[in-house]
Design a protein around this ligand. Structure first.
Ligand code: SAM
Length: 294
């Protein structure tokens, strides 16, 4: 079966026909310009305007593509002011949204533009492509089945420690963006707040000096303590080790609670599932508890 499903919208987008009005979210390269998809290039060449984070950055990309399109700055400092005008424009013209690099909206402006466009009944299309978080995850050699994206942590020490504490119990690989100068301090804070988990510092993805350095957090913190490396960085931290085994005391407390609303056999089954302890032993203990109560 053909897994590449083409909708009417993508047919129109793939041809040279004029684009229907709407918002086109276009991912751009995070380093290697060759990573811009042909569809992204086609969309950028045919929209009436491109909302950009920094027109100097996007001008270089458009120059590389041999495209000239009007650009409208859309960034954290002017977004609230220019958003209504952009949404109005999309109602009758195709407008693209790009960020300086990678996928717009991912630690970049855009989600309120999508929200308001949707609320105004405007068609929203995404042109997927590079994203540093996902690319780093593929390089890190850490579990990929469950991951949690944290973006940038706060720079102040206390707020950073609190943010780390908040995610310490999450049983998933963590992905963070960071800059060179803050790398050492962030790795040390992660080692302190999460324990010495396996991690990777992934740098300069798709560029000349791409590298992925994997080691326990404490080793990475030491390696980058003095000076952070140059370039753009993603930190990937492996999930916590297995949860500590439930103790007999935990099981007793759970059984007591379960017996308040379940018969002994069901209570034992529920606690066995939750703790991994033997169901027969738990049933025997549940019966003892019932006898003690009578
Ligand atoms: N929207 C972008 C995306 O899809 O990845 C992320 C934008 S965020 C403002 C920029 C951060 O992404 C950088 O500070 C760095 O942490 C990470 N990043 C971007 N490009 C990268 C690259 N080539 N290699 C490693 N990290 C990169």
């Amino acid at each position: 079966m053909n897994q590449f499903v083409e909708t009417d919208a993508t047919d129109a987008q793939a041809s040279e026909a004029p684009l229907p009005p709407g918002l086109y979210i276009v991912a751009t390269p995070i380093g290697n310009l060759g990573d811009l998809s042909p569809r992204a290039a086609s969309i950028l060449s045919r929209v009436e305007a491109i909302a950009v984070e920094d027109s100097r950055v996007t001008a270089k990309l458009l120059h590389h593509l041999g495209i000239k399109r009007p650009m409208t700055p859309y960034h954290d400092h002017n977004a609230d002011k220019v958003r209504p005008g952009l949404v109005e424009r999309m109602a009758h013209a195709p407008v693209a949204l790009v960020s300086d690099a990678g996928t717009p909206l991912i630690s970049d402006p855009g989600y309120k533009l999508v929200r308001d466009a949707r609320a105004a009944g405007i068609a929203v299309t995404t042109i997927p492509g590079p994203c540093a978080a996902v690319a780093a995850l593929t390089l890190a050699g850490l579990p990929t089945d469950r991951f949690f994206f944290l973006g940038f942590l706060p720079s102040k020490e206390k707020a950073r420690a609190e943010a780390i504490e908040e995610v310490a119990a999450i049983r998933a690989t963590l992905i963070l963006y960071e800059s060179g100068p803050r790398l050492g301090a962030t790795l040390a804070a992660l080692a302190k707040g999460l324990g010495d988990r396996e991690a990777a510092v992934v740098r300069e993805i798709s560029k000349r000096f791409e590298e992925s350095v994997a080691a326990p957090l404490s080793v990475l913190a030491e390696r980058y303590a003095e000076s952070g490396p140059k370039g753009e960085i993603v930190i990937v931290v492996g999930p916590p080790g297995p949860a500590p085994a439930a103790t007999q005391d935990d099981a007793e407390a759970l059984l007591r609670t379960a017996l308040q609303h379940l018969p002994a056999a069901k209570a034992a089954g529920e606690v066995a599932r939750a703790t991994g302890l033997n169901r027969r032993d738990l049933y025997a203990r549940a019966m003892e508890m019932k006898d003690e109560e009578e």
